[in-house]
Design a protein around this ligand. Structure first.
Ligand code: AMP
Ligand code: MG
Length: 456
């Protein structure tokens, strides 16, 4: 068997990528292979299992490794020239799940690497594998992880020498807000137009290929829904730069992300997010800000004049209310309300401060006796408002990839013991339980403040 790659990106979008060599791994072997996902993609899992080198520098024939160029606003500052500094798109697959990109992360230096080595460490790649699989099981749009291949190489990071690895990522596409910013910044309107037609063909084929406003609306709707789902789960993406916002509406780039334990609207985990720009409560505002950057990048494709400005302004003004409505719908689902009830949700959020977010909602869903004292007043109002027949266990997970468990699993994996990772992965793949208690409990009191790193 080989992998029947197609290459529409390389064919249709000249100027958005460079053909770049892959680094050849000295001793590749799978640290993880997602057989279920392989089958869902129509691939022969046994054939993949026999060929870890396919994803570690020696791809099967038919691959055409390219590094994608893009721009992006990072922490609010514009960089006109970013790009895959340690990633390659091998090609696309037309699958029962639709057309997907098969891409590598940690696959070697490219023209976009700047000072970096183009490599990735095993811990961060397993982290993306775990959290993206958890998100998929939770029903949240996300890129998927097909495999993590340990390269057999040792790479140097601040913490010292670490085992190297490559993640095999499956994405509806790697188009991002920053892809449009790239050509907009260069004033290359013809290429911008081609990019729009490509993006529409890929994600919204019912639209006319030049319908920039229609495409904006679709992207906005997908992202609004996505961020509302994140907020319902207490998921902090951590690095919502415009180059990390996918036009497909999938969660992408799991570097410094984390789930909250105790509910804190100001929760921030990333070591580099010192101002808290990407803190939990700010994600909806960043969403609107990023969509404004997309609107600006689409401007050259729209008729000049006040009507266009008014149309875009109306759309941007609608993002915050749309997010609020989507979040209320998420919470109504989680609380079993027949209709959204912002007042009841506000009461919950006020009373839940400092309580374990996931556990508190799960306890409500399980209807046990343990209502924490802070929630008692609210609980009566909720009982009166909720639909008693709704099974809330199906929408309030027992298991999320909790920070202390993720750390424990990655520490063991880096030392060569995959057992804790496998156990946590299995629990995260069945998040709505029932689950062994150790996967559902808040962190031990000594766990302290959790800090994440981009893993670069
Ligand atoms: P990421 O966290 O993977 O999104 O990385 C952010 C940016 O830095 C992307 O443009 C990456 O391509 C680049 N980058 C991250 N780590 C490395 C590395 N080890 N070598 C080269 N480029 C990197
Ligand atoms: Mg990125």
């Amino acid at each position: 068997m080989t992998i029947p790659f197609d290459h529409s990106w390389a064919r249709d979008l000249p100027g958005t990528y460079l053909r770049q060599p892959l680094a050849v791994a000295p001793a590749p072997r799978y640290a993880q292979l997602n057989r279920d996902l392989a089958r869902a993609l129509g691939l022969d899992a046994d054939a993949l299992a026999a060929h870890p080198e396919w994803f570690a520098g020696q791809p099967p024939s038919g691959a055409d490794p390219i590094a994608l160029a893009y721009a992006g606003h990072q922490f609010g500052n514009f960089s006109p020239q970013l790009g895959d500094g340690r990633a390659h798109l091998l090609g696309e697959l037309v699958t029962p799940m639709g057309r997907v990109d098969i891409a590598l992360k940690g696959s070697g230096r490219t023209a976009f690497s700047r000072g970096g080595d183009g490599k990735a460490a095993l811990g961060p790649m397993l982290r993306e594998y775990l959290v993206s699989e958890a998100m998929a099981a939770l029903g949240i749009p996300t890129t998927r992880s097909l495999a993590v291949v340990a390269t057999g190489e040792t790479i140097l990071r601040q913490e010292g020498p670490l085992p190297g690895a490559i993640l095999v990522r499956v994405a509806a596409s790697h188009l991002r807000v920053g892809s449009f910013e790239f050509f907009a910044a260069r004033g290359e309107t013809d290429k911008l137009r081609a990019l729009l037609a490509f993006a529409i063909a890929r994600h919204d084929p019912d639209l006319a290929p030049d319908d920039a406003l229609g495409f904006f609306d679709r992207v906005a709707a997908r992202q609004v829904r996505l961020v509302a789902e994140w907020m319902g789960l207490g998921f902090v993406h951590g690095v919502m730069n415009t180059d990390n916002m996918a036009l497909s509406g999938e969660t992408i780039d799991y570097g410094p992300c984390a789930f909250i334990d105790a509910y804190d609207p100001g929760a921030v985990f990333s070591s580099i997010d010192r101002q808290g720009r990407y803190r939990l409560e700010n994600q909806p505002h960043v969403l609107a800000w990023n969509l404004a950057r997309l609107a600006e990048a689409l401007l050259p494709l729209l008729p000049e004049g006040e009507a266009t400005i008014a149309a875009l302004n109306d759309r941007l003004a609608a993002i915050a209310p749309a997010h609020e409505a989507a979040f209320q719908a998420v919470m109504a689902r989680k609380l079993g309300l027949a209709v959204p009830n912002p007042e009841l949700v506000a009461g919950f959020l006020a009373a839940a401060q400092g309580l374990d977010w996931t556990r508190t909602l799960r306890d409500l869903a399980e209807g046990g006796p343990g209502v924490s004292p802070g929630l008692r007043d609210w609980h009566g109002a909720w009982q009166a408002a909720r639909r008693p027949e709704a099974d809330l266990r199906a929408v309030n997970p027992a298991v999320i990839p909790r920070n202390h468990l993720v750390e424990e699993a990655l520490t063991a994996a880096t030392a060569g013991d995959m057992a804790p990772f496998e156990a946590l992965l299995a629990a995260c793949r069945a998040p709505f339980g029932p689950a062994p208690e150790r996967f559902t409990l808040p962190p031990p009191s000594g766990f302290g403040r959790y800090v994440t790193f981009c893993g670069t």
